[in-house]
Ligand binder design. Structure first.
Ligand code: PCA
Length: 325
């Protein structure tokens, strides 16, 4: 009995070792907190990939900017320092304006319209990323974006001179138009920036405010739903093309399923995050009509700026979106 058990164990072990010998180990840097839904979905994706490729691709997720900082992740993948990773797409609009497609204020203010906008933008965005040696596997929207402050704000009269944490060029523009002083800070460093007074306001979803426990420093959240920016999981194009057709199909299946689950999770959590901000003492309110009207005026200017920067492709995306709406 023992002998048979030993033989079985040995057989099982050599099977595991044979798989392991062929397994490719992939490190996957991600920028946001381990407990954030994007990062949790990264782990779901890694598990599915391991499963669907029968262990051939073994992904280890590194959340919170622990392997590469948020701002370094895309370059790390382009250059093959990491085969795969996740990043906030519109953070790259400064180098490729088209990648700011999801950051144009008041164009797509719900998950449904954001998905329509993505369908209109997808081919052009993916072509742009392919030029940069990247292949997108899935994207996932954040909840709607609104403003965090350390005081009540009714209009731009209250925002003059406020130090504002931005996460890309569009949010820096937004801040400047409101008389604020932008400073770019990664979500991973946000609590520290607020604690040290480097920043005293920012725009984001309820998700990042919750992750970073911003009620320790700030008092008000104004719902605006200005846009739903997306994170995307991307793979180095050369590495992707070096895989067998079967492996690529297995990874893409994992990506499609994870993208859908992540979208659902984001929508499910959106209001829950607001409840947590309130429960921790923040005032969570709709922006006043006066403030909103100002934001919409600024938004219209930002849309024109985006079209000017991204050119005909931007126009084509907005036209296709308008036709689909
Ligand atoms: N949270 C991220 C990006 C968008 C969001 O909701 C952040 O603030 O960095």
């Amino acid at each position: 009995m023992t002998k048979i058990a030993n033989i079985l164990t040995a057989t099982a072990l050599s099977a595991v070792m044979a798989t392991a010998a062929h397994a490719e180990k992939w490190d996957m840097p991600m920028a946001y907190a381990a407990s954030n839904f994007h990062s949790e979905m990264g782990v779901v994706f890694a598990d599915k990939v391991r499963d669907y490729t029968a262990g051939a691709i073994d992904i280890t997720v590194h959340p919170g900017g622990s392997l590469f900082k948020g701002g370094e992740i895309k370059r790390a993948i382009q250059t093959g320092q990491a085969p795969i990773g996740e990043r906030f797409m519109s953070a790259h609009a400064n180098e490729a304006p088209l990648l700011g497609w999801d950051n144009v204020p008041f164009i797509a203010t719900s998950y449904e319209t954001n998905e329509k906008l993505w369908q209109a933008a997808k081919d052009k965005v993916n072509a742009q990323l392919a030029d940069q040696n990247l292949v997108t596997l899935y994207t996932c929207a954040w909840p709607g974006q609104g403003f965090y402050f350390n005081k009540a704000v009714a209009s731009s009269k209250d925002t003059q001179g406020v130090k504002f944490r931005s996460y890309n060029t569009a949010t820096a523009t937004f801040a400047e138009e409101l008389g604020m002083i932008p400073v770019q800070v990664e979500a991973a460093e946000l609590s520290q920036a607020l604690a040290t007074g480097v920043a005293e306001a920012f725009i984001s979803s309820g998700s990042t405010g919750y992750d970073r426990k911003v009620w320790e420093h700030l008092s008000h959240y104004y719902k605006v739903n200005a846009w739903h920016p997306r994170n995307y999981v991307m793979v180095n194009k050369g590495i992707w093309e070096g895989l067998s057709d079967d492996t690529r199909a297995a990874i893409q299946k994992a990506a499609d399923e994870t993208g859908a689950a992540c979208a659902q999770k984001s929508a499910d959590l959106a209001d829950w995050y607001f409840e947590q901000l309130s429960a921790n003492g923040m005032q969570v309110e709709d922006a006043s009509p006066e403030f909103l009207a100002e934001l919409e005026r600024i938004g219209a200017k930002m849309k024109d700026d985006w079209i000017a920067a991204a050119g005909d492709d931007a126009k084509a995306i907005l036209d296709a979106y308008a036709a689909a709406k």
